[in-house]
Design a protein around this ligand. Sequence first.
Ligand code: ATP
Length: 354
Amino acid sequence: MASLVVEKVTKRFGKFTALSEVSVHIDHGTFCVLLGPSGCGKSTLLNIIAGLLPQDEGKVFVDGEVVDHLSPRDRDVAMVFQSYALYPHMTVADNLGFGLKMRGFSKPLIRERIMEAAHMLGIQDVLERKPRELSGGQRQRVAMGRALVRRPKLFLFDEPLSNLDARLRANVRLELKRIHRQIKGTVIYVTHDQVEAMTLGDVVVVMNAGKIHQTDPPEVIYNRPTDTFVATFIGSPEINIFKGGIVIKNERFYFQGKGFSLELGEAQPLALGGEIEIGIRPEDMELLPPGKTPLEAKVDLVSNIGSGMLVHALLGEEPVNISALKDTTFQPGDKVSLAIAPGRVHWFQNGKRL
Ligand code: ATP
């Protein structure tokens, strides 16, 4: 395992800038997830780290050494792609051992590594089968196994689970987490799936349009998003964002939104004057009978989301989503009061966290 530093990497395709001064510092043994919407530059960054694509500016260091001049093979990285290709004519065991054989490892060592990876991935029973005799999930695990047996400095995964159905995906994800705990390799894992990022990552790098917005552990990304992009990209159902300003009425501070005002209590307003945005996650609000708080809303729709209900209401002129328990009795048309968990309001100005 190794540490990885990406320093001010820029990549252009013609006039289009796919990555703009991207910097990432990853300690050895870290499971780092690159997360962002389609086209934000995640795969481009991974390919540059692997040595498959040259950057226009900036440097990549592995264990403190510049690797920009090294070929993918000499960088000692193992990649697993979304569209993995196993050798169809070889058994699972041969597929797993092929890379080691080409590198001149001894037969007993190859066997030992194959058995170890097969055991970790739960594919011991299919080692003599050909890829066509496997399920999609088993094939995916063999593809991962091929990377695991190598024990490279860096594991690079590019959406490796996206071909799997939801259940299998969740299972393989858990396996991967367990394996990482066992082998403690340094992993860079690309996904656009926030659940995958939050469950797998020690560190999540949130990207958009070729730039990094935030690099932090998942709980920090969720609880202290650095800007409105991260706040809205992470979390399902999505955070509520309201535009407005701070006003003083009777010596008390309020957030004045469109058609509603929210008393700020003890909280000192961070930005007097000028437009700000506040963000409140649906689970940080509580629905109460009308008259219980000064914050009144009207229920518009109630959606069943399985584990609970999502109540869509109108707060002044603004739509708002509130998480509620399964047995909520509120109906469309009902007037309700909203209570907001103290300290759970996120403040932004010009999109940046205050
Ligand atoms: P996805 O989740 O859809 O795979 P991504 O975040 O991995 O997206 P990249 O594949 O890194 O995105 O692409 C980033 C941007 O660079 C995209 O707008 C893409 O169209 C562009 N791009 C990537 N490769 C090339 C290329 N060879 N030539 C021109 N543009 C490219």
